[in-house]
Write a protein that binds this ligand. Structure first.
Ligand code: SAM
Length: 353
């Protein structure tokens, strides 16, 4: 008999309520409701604007107000402050685009779950790296733009704190942000470590986004951009720190993880540090809350595409680091707004004298 209780009936019911709330939220986002309700509106005006049945418009607004997304007072409605900050069009912290994009990849395909179970994965699409079709820059541009707000709000700062607490961090002079995307991690790192300069490496189209942020933060003298495909191209070298945040799992479909980690090893100076932050299976003692991190969504992407997307075991990258020549691997889990992540830190030892 199984003795460890993994979830309760209350967890299952909350999960169902979460799915219902999400359905309502996504529908409101798709119809731009939170942009419209940045201004207080009469309920009649809202129904007329969206072409909604009056009675159901009132009911919908009532439900959204129960979730805390909308504030109703008398015959008028407007966004709650959190909706304006996190779901509107104008706020820098808005994760509207991220929610819509994640929904597109992880929830919409489940409308066809029975077909997927019967017929197997859909034909490869542009999101997935295969030998023939590489991830298009356009798709990455969308995803990276969507992820920028969450990275700039908290996660980038937390990661910078981790980098600053590494032994020897005060001596770091050059950092490579591999697959750096929007550049939030490099930006926060150089702000935290005054002696540090960074290069952000990514596809040329994605670097347009990093360029915008580097200019906005007035860091053009300390942050450079390196357009490259780290699977195909050689990496520049001479770094004291290489960061790979949420990027190495995209080497999995081509089984190139070991080769990319070897390139990182070559790119580092002796005593340099390699930090990988990535989604991985949760530690065994973590209460079973599969929705706590991306592997949960990864599995859905794998079901849909048939391509491996998730790091297969918690110590997978640490093993690859050892195989590439790294020593002194230190690992732990980190709780971020974007989910629980595994952190593997490896050091390149001095050559024997
Ligand atoms: C999920 S995003 C992570 C962005 C950022 N590092 C972060 O932590 O939020 C993955 C990034 O890896 C980049 N990437 C994926 N494959 C790559 C490759 N072969 N060469 C260069 N960049 C790549 C993508 O363009 C994207 O910017």
């Amino acid at each position: 008999m199984c003795t460890t209780q993994k979830f309760t009936s209350s967890d299952l019911l909350s999960g169902l309520r979460g799915a219902v709330s999400t359905k309502l939220l996504i529908s409101a986002l798709q119809q731009n409701l939170f942009t419209y309700l940045e201004t207080t509106r009469e309920v009649d005006e809202i129904a007329a604007h969206f072409g909604w049945h009056h009675q159901n418009c009132v009911k919908y607004l009532e439900i959204l107000s129960h979730i805390g997304l909308v504030e109703l007072s008398g015959d008028t409605a407007h966004n709650s402050p959190d909706s304006t900050r996190l779901l509107g069009d104008c706020s820098e912290q808005s994760i509207r685009a991220l929610l819509l994009e994640s929904h597109k990849w992880c929830m919409a395909p489940l409308e066809h779950l029975e077909d997927l179970l019967r017929d197997g994965p859909a034909p490869p699409n542009t999101f997935h790296n295969t030998a023939e079709v590489s991830v298009t820059e356009v798709v990455w541009e969308t995803i990276v733009r969507c992820g920028a707000s969450i990275a700039f709000e908290n996660d980038g700062r937390r990661l910078a704190q981790v980098l600053a607490s590494l032994p020897n961090s005060a001596n770091f002079k050059r950092m490579l942000d591999l697959g750096g995307g929007h550049g939030a991690n490099a930006i926060m790192a150089v702000k935290k470590l005054p002696g540090l300069k960074a290069d952000i490496l990514d596809f040329p189209g994605v670097l347009k986004i990093a360029d915008e942020f580097v200019h906005k933060h007035e860091l053009t003298k300390r942050i450079g951009l390196v357009p490259a495909d780290y699977m195909r191209d050689a990496l520049p070298s001479g770094y004291d720190l290489v960061l790979a945040s949420d990027t190495l799992n995209f080497t999995l479909p081509l089984r190139n993880t070991g080769m990319v980690i070897k390139k990182v090893y070559e790119a580092l100076n002796a005593e340099g540090c390699f930090v990988s932050l990535h989604d991985a299976p949760l530690p065994p003692d973590e209460p079973r809350r599969p929705q706590a991190n991306w592997p949960f969504e990864c599995h859905v992407c794998e079901l849909v595409s048939g391509q491996p997307m998730g790091i297969p075991a918690s110590d997978f990258l640490a093993h690859e680091m050892v195989r590439a020549g790294f020593s002194q691997i230190y690992s732990r889990y980190m709780r971020l707004d974007s989910g629980i992540h595994r952190l593997d830190v490896a050091r390149k030892s001095c050559p024997e004298r």
